[in-house]
Write a protein that binds this ligand. Structure first.
Ligand SMILES: *Cc1c(COP(=O)(O)O)cnc(C)c1O
Length: 404
């Protein structure tokens, strides 16, 4: 038995029973999972939690699964917080902590959301799932579906990173490259639903991926001794993580587990695709029109009009946060210098958070005393690296004064 009380339409607040796998609400908006938090308060204590295994399933009462027997897992460990000490000294700001999500199964934090969504789909007897993806979500979907024995079909923009496309196919998903953007891929998935009967697992078009992403917020709070940082930088594409973490903080708040204030949530996007930042700055409640052309190298944020735009903007406002766009070239440079100077290899999206932090420290929107958490959402090894080509002929004498 889970502690879920019902599903709720994020637009109208309408209640929907959680007895079947629902996708979106009648109003066409994302659904949110609601829990009997009073019952959880009685059932779960911080002390009880402390003794559990170090993975995302330790928060089972705050997840929609009926019980541990429904868990489909590939080993989702707690991800570390890594301090960027040199950068802190250099910039003269507060503590900078990177939450390194690149260590999760399939090398990105998409595994958190997909582990929960696929577990739920399996429990409801779903046999076939389809998804549009820029890459990492598809890789996680394909892996968890393989684990669960569910058929998966994935549609990617044809300029998505090659390694991830191969990874998706390698896990056995039917993988198709589409000459368009992620929203075009989404249209194909939606159009095929009636004919194929597949479940559409597009971002926020079902309620359970948010619950998996929510564990980032639960985990962060627990790691920091049930306090939260002053500000969180999150590379925002569809926005599941932004929405999920804020939901985590709300639920922990309701349980009475949080000391102090909530963090300001900063949506990091690119100057080459920044629809949420623009909508926020223009004072809108939604993205008015898709961003064009969306040609950023920061693939994770390349979503011209997120389906959860209203929820993302609400989190940015309610938290006292904001949105900020970064320059792609600056991100590429920062990623390289962090690898050299800190030994920390970030994904391009993770490096985007660092650039965003740096520019907002300078702008004054982030205080010099603020403790910041930056999300590194994927392994750096998923992205291209510059070539290294210095060769040695072992048959010739070596001049070590030149070599070292
Ligand atoms: C999916 C993804 C994002 C965006 O995450 P959302 O929660 O969908 O906004 C950012 N970075 C990487 C590497 C991703 O795979």
């Amino acid at each position: 038995m889970s502690f879920v009380s019902h599903l709720e339409c994020s637009r109208t607040g309408a209640c929907i029973p959680h007895d079947a796998f629902h996708t979106i609400s009648d109003a066409g908006a994302p659904l949110l999972v609601r829990y009997d938090l009073d019952a959880i308060k009685t059932a779960l204590t911080k002390e009880k939690l402390a003794g559990r295994s170090p993975d995302m399933w330790r928060y089972l009462e705050l997840l929609p699964l009926a019980g541990p027997e429904d868990i489909i897992s590939l080993g989702e460990q707690i991800t570390p917080l890594i301090a960027l000490k040199r950068m802190r000294d250099e910039l003269g700001g507060g503590e900078i902590l990177v939450k390194d999500e690149g260590r999760l199964p399939t090398g990105s934090f998409k595994s958190r959301g997909l582990a929960v969504a696929v577990s739920m789909a399996k429990a409801f007897g779903v046999e076939h799932i389809a998804m549009p993806t820029a890459g990492n979500a598809g890789a996680a979907l394909a892996a968890y579906c393989a684990r669960a024995g569910i058929k998966s079909t994935v549609f990617c923009p044809d300029d998505a990173p090659e390694i991830t496309i191969r990874e998706i196919a390698f896990h056995g998903a039917q993988t198709y490259l589409v000459n368009g953007l992620i929203n075009h891929c989404g249209q194909i998935v939606a159009a095929g639903t009636a004919e194929t009967g597949w479940l559409d697992l597009s971002t926020l078009k079902e309620p359970y991926r948010i619950e998996g992403k929510k564990t980032m917020g639960l985990e962060l709070a627990e790691q920091l001794g049930w306090t939260l940082p002053d500000v969180i930088f999150y590379p925002t594409g569809g926005g599941t993580g932004l929405i999920g973490m804020w939901k985590a903080f709300e639920e922990l708040g309701a349980l009475g587990w949080l000391d102090g204030k909530r963090p300001r949530m900063v949506a990091v996007q690119s100057t080459r695709c920044g629809p949420l930042v623009k909508a926020f700055d223009d004072g809108h409640d939604e993205v008015m029109e898709p961003w064009e052309p969306a040609d950023t190298l920061i693939h994770g944020v390349r979503v011209p009009k997120p389906f959860g735009d209203r929820l993302c903007l609400k989190v940015m406002r309610e938290s006292g946060g904001f949105g900020t766009m970064v320059d792609d070239d600056e991100v590429v440079e920062a990623r390289a210098s962090l690898a050299r100077e800190e030994g920390v290899h970030l994904s391009i999206e993770g490096a985007a958070c660092f650039v965003a932090y740096r520019q907002e420290l300078e702008s004054g929107r982030v205080e010099r005393t603020d403790r910041a958490v930056l999300f590194n959402c994927a392994s750096g090894l998923k992205a291209d690296l510059p070539s290294a080509t210095s060769r040695i002929d072992r048959n010739k004498p070596l001049d070590f004064s030149e070599l070292a």
